[in-house]
Structure formats: structure tokens, C-alpha cells
Design a protein around this ligand. Structure first.
Ligand code: ZN
Ligand code: ZN
Length: 415
């Protein structure tokens, strides 16, 4: 088979995975889809697969890097505090009416890195405010949603700057296809098996009722208290509309909510963090009483400090996640400059907002109850990698006894 024919076949399968595994789109359900214009070949396939599965109305919304840049180069200054409110209101209305949501990522991770940072911040804030009502439906897991990737040329060139563009794009395509499990004959069945394996891990962790996890490796000795009534999640998950979907393709993590006031010790990052066009590398932070009290980075330290100063919750944790070193994304050895991939390469922690679904009966808890149980709140949620080949993790039970969870980067038990 030629390379082009094989790419076409994998894109066909990726569309099936998006509709049947990622979204689990129901007959009659509408779909709102966003994508970079370069992903058109995938969007066409997904639209066809969605209608073949009985979709209601499928509405694709495209973005284009040159059009995005044109605004920053020629737009009137006052307009950077504005957003297309009507569009976001329409999206919120669609979700409230039962539509599913699909986001295809593939943007140049450094697209705005040379634009005026103040304008970028203002535009992003205006967008965040306008999008909030729609985002809440997703953050509260009211609807089935999915995010997956398309190998765009600009993204590939950032990852492989020394390769000719066609070669770089093929390398990224190969990595996305493998991580999204579409290189096997029956990807939907492969995802079902992978979801089962992740469910066994979350079941075991939920049965343990650990009060904390203790991470140890070179440069790290960190005790992460877990929130009261925390619940582990991973892989497929059931939204409040009753539909079980796979929000992230790929996904390798099991994750839960740390206790915002019970994190102690020091931790060193094991991979660079790509954040809004900047790279932050070799992060070293110290936690006292759940809060980051000192932070350094060999590269991008000012970006890190700015991030930590976002609001009161930005210095506390909102997520802790376990990923074995043998996970396929880790083994690829690639830095994708994209959280969807990079967070699935290693154990990680996230600064900022917690997930309400990572609590027992999370959908029924008020914001105040979540905070009382130790859930953090913030405008940010930024994952960074702390796991590697030598990571040891103990689970600490309420009576202080310890259970091995990870040894040398891998699960310590067969679960
Ligand atoms: Zn995560
Ligand atoms: Zn996260």
C-alpha cells in the first residue's frame, strides 16, 4: 500500500473512533465540531461517519492560522477585548439542546508566540468570558464530548524543525495514528480493551481509599494528599446525559483530585512544558500546606511565575495523574508541545482547577462542598510531567501504612 493510501485508511479509522468511541454519538444527536481548516480531510470523514451513525445536524466551524494572525497584525486595538459572543451563545444553546461536541486540535503550538503578548492575553480573556457558558457544559460533563488530533504541517514543523516538511508531517501523522490506536485492524475494539484495562486500575485505586500518594525520584520527594471523597477516573466515562464517551483520544492516564491544602515536599519536572507558545523546562517547586512556596525553572521561569500569579488557586494542585513509563506515547520519546499528548507520556500534576467529576457523586456537589472536601478552584488548569523511568509511588492509607503503587515507573501490582 502506498503511504498516501495508508494515511487515508488511518484517517477513515480515526473518523470511526471519533464518532463511535470518542463521542459515542447517538441517533438524532446534533454535533458541533471545531477544527483547523487543514483538518478538512478528517472533518469530511467524521461528518460522513456521524450521519451514517444517525446524527441529527452536524455543524463544523473552522479556524485558519493566517486569519488568526491577520487579526493580530491589522485588527483595531479596542477590538481585542471583544469576542464573537453570538457564536459562543449559540454553542452553549446547542449543548443545552443536547448536541455533542468534538474538537480537532492541530494548531501550530507557537502560532501567537511572536504577537504582542498583551493583545494575546486580552483576546484570550475576552474569548474565555464569552465561551464560559458553553465551556461549563463541558467542564461539568453535562454532554458527551471528544478531543482528538490531526497532523497539521505547522505543528509537525515545530516538533521536527530539522526535517523537510513532508517528512515531518508524516512523522507526526504516524505518532498520532499509533497513539490513537488506529493502526490496528479494529480500532473500536482496541479502544474497548484499553478502556477495560484503565477501568481495572481506577477500580483498584478507588477500592484502596488512599489518603495520599508519595512520589519519589531524582529531585522529587512529594506527598500529594488526596481530596476527601475523591474518585479516580480514566478512559471512558459517563456524562451527565447518560452517554459514555472517551473525552480524550489518546488517553493513557488515570487521574483524581488532590487535596488543595495537603501537598508537601519538592518536585522536579521530567519533561518540558509547552505553555501558550513558550517552553518551561526543568521546573523545581516546593509545596508547603498545599501551596507552592518557591518555584524555579531553567528555562521560561518568568512565564512560570506569571502563571503562578494568575490567581490564588494557581499555586495549588487540581489534578494528579498516573501514567506508566511504558505507555506508547512515553515510548515514542517525542515532545508533542501539546498537552493532549504530552500529559499522556508521564505521571503528572496540574496546577489550578480541579474536576468535579473526580469526586464521589461529583455532579451533585456544590462549589462550596467541593472546596470543603479539598477541591481547588482557579482560572487555569496546567498539567506538567513529573514521572519517569525511576518514579516510585506509595499509596498512604489513613492509618499511615503504605501500599506500593508504582516501582521504577511501572504499576507495582497486576491489578
Ligand atoms: Zn491529566
Ligand atoms: Zn489535566
Amino acid at each position: 500500500m502506498t503511504q498516501a493510501a495508508q494515511n487515508d485508511r488511518y484517517l477513515d479509522r480515526l473518523a470511526q473512533v471519533a464518532v463511535h468511541t470518542g463521542l459515542n454519538l447517538q441517533p438524532g444527536q446534533d454535533l458541533v465540531l471545531t477544527a483547523p481548516i487543514e483538518a478538512l480531510p478528517l472533518v469530511r470523514r467524521i461528518t460522513a461517519a456521524a450521519y451514517a451513525a444517525g446524527a441529527g445536524v452536524v455543524t463544523p466551524i473552522f479556524s485558519d492560522p493566517a486569519i488568526t494572525l491577520a487579526r493580530f497584525q491589522h485588527g483595531q486595538d479596542a477590538t481585542f477585548d471583544c469576542a464573537a459572543d453570538w457564536l459562543y451563545q449559540g454553542m452553549a444553546q446547542a449543548y443545552a439542546g443536547g448536541a455533542a461536541r468534538l474538537a480537532i486540535v492541530g494548531d501550530d503550538p507557537m502560532l501567537l508566540s511572536e504577537q504582542d503578548p498583551e493583545k494575546v492575553a486580552r483576546a484570550s480573556k475576552a474569548n474565555a468570558i464569552a465561551y464560559k457558558p458553553a465551556l461549563e457544559k463541558i467542564a461539568n460533563f453535562d454532554i458527551n464530548w471528544n478531543i482528538l488530533s490531526y497532523p497539521s504541517t505547522a505543528w509537525a514543523s515545530r516538533m521536527f524543525p530539522d526535517l523537510p516538511q513532508a517528512e515531518a508531517t508524516q512523522r507526526l501523522a504516524d505518532a498520532i495514528f499509533a497513539a490513537s490506536r488506529v493502526t490496528v485492524d479494529d480500532p473500536v475494539a482496541a479502544w474497548a480493551a484499553h478502556n477495560d484495562a484503565l477501568r481495572q486500575r481506577t477500580r483498584w485505586l478507588n477500592g484502596q481509599r488512599f489518603s495520599a500518594l508519595h512520589f519519589r525520584s531524582d529531585g522529587t520527594d512529594l506527598t500529594v494528599g488526596l481530596a476527601d471523597g475523591h474518585e479516580w477516573h480514566g478512559g471512558a466515562s459517563t456524562a451527565n446525559n447518560g452517554i459514555t464517551c472517551n473525552p480524550n483520544i489518546p488517553t493513557e492516564e488515570v487521574f483524581t483530585t488532590p487535596h488543595a491544602a495537603r501537598v508537601e515536599g519538592y518536585v522536579r519536572s521530567t519533561k518540558p512544558l509547552s505553555h501558550q507558545g513558550s517552553l518551561i523546562d526543568q521546573i523545581e517547586v516546593r509545596f508547603t500546606g498545599g501551596q507552592i512556596t518557591s518555584a524555579r525553572a531553567a528555562r521560561g521561569e518568568s512565564v512560570l511565575q506569571k502563571l503562578l500569579d494568575t490567581d490564588a488557586g494557581a499555586r495549588r494542585l487540581g489534578e494528579v495523574a498516573l501514567v506508566p513509563h511504558s505507555s506508547p506515547i512515553s515510548q515514542s520519546g517525542l515532545l508533542f508541545l501539546n498537552t493532549l499528548f504530552d500529559e499522556n507520556a508521564a505521571c503528572h500534576i496540574a496546577l489550578g482547577q480541579c474536576y468535579s467529576k473526580c469526586f464521589e457523586n461529583g455532579a451533585q456537589l456544590s462549589g462550596d462542598q467541593i472546596a470543603a472536601q479539598g477541591g481547588n478552584s482557579s482560572m487555569i488548569h496546567v498539567d506538567w510531567m513529573i514521572g519517569g523511568a525511576y518514579t516510585d509511588i506509595d499509596g498512604i492509607l489513613p492509618d499511615g501504612s503504605r501500599v506500593p503503587v508504582f516501582r521504577k515507573g511501572e504499576w507495582a501490582n497486576a491489578a
